[in-house]
Ligand binder design. Sequence first.
Ligand SMILES: [Zn+2]
Ligand SMILES: [Zn+2]
Length: 305
Amino acid sequence: MRPLRNGGGGRQQGNGNFGSIFDDVFGDIFSGGGGRGGRSGAQRGSDLKYILELTLEDAVRGTNPKIKIPTLVECMECLGSGAKKGTAPISCVQCGGMGQVTARQGFFSIQQACPRCRGTGKMISDPCGKCRGQGRVEEQKTLSVKVPGGVDTGNRIRLTGQGEAGANGGPAGDLYVEIHVRDHQIFTREEEHLYCEVPISFVDAALGGELEVPTLDGKVNLKIPKETQTGKLFRLRGKGVDVSKIRGGGIGDLYCRVTVETPVKLSKRQKELLQEFAGESDAKQSPKQTGWFDNVKRFVDTLTD
Ligand SMILES: [Zn+2]
Ligand SMILES: [Zn+2]
């Protein structure tokens, strides 16, 4: 016994230290997430993601849709054990119910999850017919999701415990409902603001007038001042999206961008009128064009210098 204490004894202690380090590492890897269970093989169910498509109106106002999701739920036949009704799982013959086996590598002995029972410590000799011994079955689950007004594409709503059922008594995962807002035929959205394009005739743009523009709460009148240029943005305060329930802050605005349209399919009479109009016109009446020609002239001059 004496030589062991001097030489081999020291080595043995070394082995012991390494052994405990290895135990920690493998313990984490094989415990199946969150360090829960380990020996019992309890595993948390997977998180699930569901893409919820919404119209812009529903996203802005909030909605309460019912969604159907395929998910793994506990088998009601065997109550999740995976063993046929009236029978119970037996202890694994390879690990004796410990869920772990010891493998030797040289001087070291390391604990590993039992390959036969995959760490559960249990074996099913008579599997449940409904779940084929899995303890879980796939099912369509109908859930009601409360979507607050103001959500936007990419926002996620977590439904705790509505993911896949856990295995061997582990907790269920979570369900993440990810919002995807469909394109709207009139409005685009940027944060809390809405944008829309409003085409107007060049006559209305020149003389000014009033026109109806859509908002998400119905139509409102927009006053177009005389000499309005194309691309001008008009702000309708408070006609955007209320994001106070999502991230604080208030209600956004609606921006209407005016596009001045060139008339098409002119009649002979209209052409005559426009030619007459052009004869009366002056370069100064096209402020942007005058400035543009001046810039072009200056630019060309720099090239020829
Ligand atoms: Zn079953
Ligand atoms: Zn085993």
